[in-house]
Design a protein around this ligand. Structure first.
Ligand SMILES: Cc1cc2nc3c(=O)[nH]c(=O)nc-3n(C[C@H](O)[C@H](O)[C@H](O)COP(=O)(O)OP(=O)(O)OC[C@H]3O[C@@H](n4cnc5c(N)ncnc54)[C@H](O)[C@@H]3O)c2cc1C
Length: 380
C-alpha cells in the first residue's frame, strides 16, 4: 500500500461514485492515489441512477461520457407525470431535458476500469484522520498512512466529517424503497413519475430490459425496518396503475433496498487544512432533484481542475468557494421539494398537478434545467 510520502499523493476515503470519480480525476492530473474502502468488496447497490447533462459534462472532461452512454438508456426525468390511477398529468415534450438512466453497478464498473487494481483497497476502514495522517484498519490490522491530501468521500455519515467538522445527517421525514427488475421481467415500460399524496413512484427503463423503480413515502420515524420490505413497498402503492405493483413484485425480495431520506445542513467550509470533503460527505441531499451523485461527480472534476491550476492551498480554497456556491442552494432546493412531496393535503396536491399540467414546455424545461445547465472545467 502506498504510504504516500512523495508529493502530489492523495488518499481517498470511500469507493462510492464520488470517491472513485475523484480518484480517476486526480490520477488524470498526475497524482498518485490510494482509495480506502471499508466494504470487503467494491460494489454498488442494486439500484439505478439518473445522470443529468451536468454530470455527463463532468464525465466528458474525464473522457468517460461515451463509455457511460454505452451502458445507459437515454430518457427524460420528470417528463411523464401520472396520477396513481394511471391518468396522464403531463406527457414528455421535445423541449424536456434528457437524462441517462444507468445501473449504479455499471457506472461503478466504468470508473473502476480507469484505476489500477493496486490503487483500490477493500476491507480498509478509516478510523480517524489527523492532518495528513490517516489511521486505517486494513484486513483487521491498524496502519497509519499519509498523503499530501485526504479526500473524504465516505458518504453522508462520514467519519472524517464527524471527526473534523460538526453536523450529522438530518432525517427529512421520508423514506424510500428501490429496486431493479431482472431482464425482461416487466417490459417494455415508459419512464414516468407518479404523484400520490405523500407518496411518489418513479420508473426508469435500464439497458437489457431491466427497470429501475423507486417509491418515496412519508415516515413518522427514522431507521424503521420492516420484516418484509418488498411487501411494505407494495402496501404503499396498493391499487396504483400498472406496471408499478408488477415491478415491485418482479424484484427479488432480497434486492429491495430501503433507506431513509436524509441530508446535511450547510457546512461553513468543505476544507480543513489538507482534508477535503466530497460528495454526500460534504453535501448529502434528498433525491428530489436526482442530483446527489451528479454533484459528487462534479466535485471530483472541479477538485482536480482546481488543483491542476494552482498550488494545494489555493486549489483547495478555490474548490471550497466554487463547490459550496454551487451545491448548497441545491441541497436547500431539494429540502424544499421534500416539503411539497410530503404534503398529504388534497389542495396542495391539486395545486402541484394543475401546475404540472399547465406549465408551458419552455418554462418546464427552464425549471428542470435549473441545476443541469452546467459545464465542467477542462482537464488535461
Ligand atoms: C432513493 C435515492 C435515489 C437517488 N437517485 C439519484 C439519482 O437519480 N441521481 C443522482 O445523481 N443521485 C441520486 N441519489 C443520490 C446518490 O445516491 C448519492 O448522492 C451518491 O451515491 C453519493 O455518493 P458518494 O460517493 O458521495 O457516497 P456513498 O455512495 O455513500 O459512498 C461512500 C463510500 O464510502 C465508504 N465508507 C464509509 N465510511 C468509510 C470509512 N470509515 N472508511 C472507508 N470507507 C468508508 C462506504 O462503504 C461507501 O462505499 C439518490 C439517493 C437515494 C437515497
Amino acid at each position: 500500500m502506498n504510504s504516500g510520502q512523495k508529493s502530489s499523493s492523495a488518499i481517498v476515503v470511500g469507493a462510492g461514485i464520488g470517491g472513485l470519480t475523484a480518484a480517476v480525476a486526480l490520477r488524470r492530473i498526475g497524482w498518485s492515489v490510494t482509495v480506502l474502502e471499508r466494504a470487503p468488496i467494491i460494489a454498488e447497490v442494486g439500484a439505478g441512477l439518473t445522470l443529468w447533462p451536468n454530470a455527463m459534462s463532468a464525465l466528458a472532461a474525464l473522457e468517460l461520457d461515451r463509455k457511460v452512454e454505452a451502458r445507459a438508456v437515454e430518457t427524460i426525468s420528470r417528463g411523464n407525470l401520472r396520477t396513481p390511477k394511471g391518468g396522464w398529468i403531463r406527457r414528455s415534450q421535445p423541449e424536456d431535458v434528457g437524462v441517462l438512466a444507468v445501473h449504479r453497478a455499471e457506472l461503478h464498473a466504468v470508473l473502476r476500469s480507469m484505476l489500477p487494481e493496486s490503487a483500490l483497497h477493500t476491507d480498509a476502514e478509516v478510523l480517524s484522520v489527523d492532518g495528513r495522517k490517516v489511521l486505517c484498519r486494513c484486513a483487521g490490522e491498524e496502519h497509519e498512512l499519509s498523503a499530501e491530501l485526504v479526500v473524504a468521500a465516505d458518504g453522508v455519515n462520514s467519519v472524517v466529517r464527524r471527526t473534523l467538522w460538526s453536523g450529522s445527517a438530518v432525517f427529512q421525514g421520508r423514506t424510500a424503497w428501490r429496486g431493479v427488475t431482472p431482464s425482461g421481467a416487466v417490459w417494455p415500460v415508459e419512464e414516468s413519475l407518479t404523484l400520490g399524496r405523500g407518496v411518489q413512484v418513479s420508473i426508469l427503463p435500464l439497458p437489457d430490459e431491466r427497470v429501475y423503480w423507486f417509491v418515496t413515502a412519508n415516515a413518522p420515524e427514522a431507521n424503521r425496518e420492516y420484516a418484509d420490505e418488498q411487501a411494505e413497498a407494495l402496501r404503499r402503492v396498493q391499487g396504483w396503475h400498472d406496471p408499478i405493483p408488477a415491478l415491485i413484485r418482479a424484484t427479488p425480495p432480497d434486492q429491495v433496498l430501503h433507506n431513509d431520506l436524509v441530508d446535511l445542513d450547510p457546512l461553513d467550509t468543505f476544507v480543513r487544512g489538507t482534508v477535503v470533503l466530497l460528495g454526500d460527505a460534504a453535501h448529502a441531499m434528498t433525491p428530489d432533484l436526482g442530483q446527489g451523485a451528479c454533484q459528487a461527480i462534479e466535485d471530483a472534476v472541479v477538485l482536480a481542475a482546481s488543483l491542476n491550476d494552482s498550488d494545494l492551498e489555493s486549489g483547495l480554497a478555490e474548490y471550497d468557494r466554487v463547490r459550496r456556491a454551487r451545491v448548497q442552494p441545491m441541497v436547500a432546493a431539494a429540502r424544499a421539494s421534500v416539503r411539497r412531496s410530503s404534503s398529504t393535503s388534497r389542495v396542495a396536491h391539486l395545486g402541484v398537478t394543475l401546475a404540472a399540467r399547465f406549465v408551458p414546455p419552455a418554462k418546464w424545461r427552464k425549471l428542470t434545467a435549473r441545476w443541469s445547465d452546467w459545464q465542467a472545467p477542462k482537464l488535461p
